[in-house]
Design a protein around this ligand. Structure first.
Ligand code: IMP
Ligand code: MG
Length: 187
């Protein structure tokens, strides 16, 4: 077996730009388990609906949900705001709506990263219009210095500096989602 395949590269090149390791796979795994533990405790006896935001959250979502021991449902929104750029267009579009019934349910939004917060603001409006019993947000990454939302994010994996990151589901022009660790633009 080629052991190099499991080693964590200190830097990677994506679309001709260099990124350096920010959060290794092992640290992500540990934090995902902690977040799931908190959710399992806080939602004990409830039947929440976990809603993943595609595409970026697909890996975080699938790792998190397998640590959840609650009786639960899952669904997905697909949003677009970045195009292929490194800064958000600020123009959030709903590309796929939910199939589930939100009214009266405990809703947990699962996001890869909150940057400007515009996407989350949009999601919160769409969900609360449908009168859920409760609404909370779990995000793996949170760029504290950019976020412009006026509500509290309940579960945050890691607060990170305001730099562009890739890996573990997050892309740069659709590339690098398959990296096991999270990398930051090396500037
Ligand atoms: P926001 O609306 O600015 O908060 O951006 C949210 C979405 O933009 C996230 O769900 C990600 O898909 C994407 N995004 C934000 N920051 C980054 C980043 O640093 N790398 C890759 N995608 C990002
Ligand atoms: Mg996203």
């Amino acid at each position: 077996m080629n052991s190099a395949i499991n080693e964590i590269a200190p830097t990677v090149v994506v679309n001709n730009e260099r990124f350096k390791l920010l959060i290794p796979e092992s640290e992500i795994r540990r934090r995902v388990q902690e977040l799931a533990g908190e959710l399992n405790r806080n939602y004990a006896g409830k039947t929440p609906i976990f809603i993943g935001i595609l595409n970026g959250s697909f890996i975080f979502f699938s790792d998190l949900i397998r640590e959840i021991t609650l009786d639960c449902e899952i669904d997905f929104f697909k949003l677009s705001s970045y195009g292929d750029a490194k800064i958000s267009s600020g123009n959030v579009k709903l590309l796929k709506d939910l199939n589930c019934q939100v009214t009266g349910m405990d809703i947990i939004i699962v996001e890869d990263i909150i940057d400007s917060g515009l996407s989350m603001d949009f999601i919160k409006k769409v969900i609360t219009k449908q009168n859920p019993r409760s609404f909370s947000v779990v995000t793996l990454l949170y760029k504290r210095d950019c976020v412009k939302i006026d509500f509290k994010v309940d579960y945050i994996g890691f607060e990170i500096p305001n730099h562009f990151v890739v890996g573990y589901g997050l892309d740069y022009a659709q590339k690098a989602r398959n990296l096991r660790s999270i990398y930051v633009l090396d500037k």
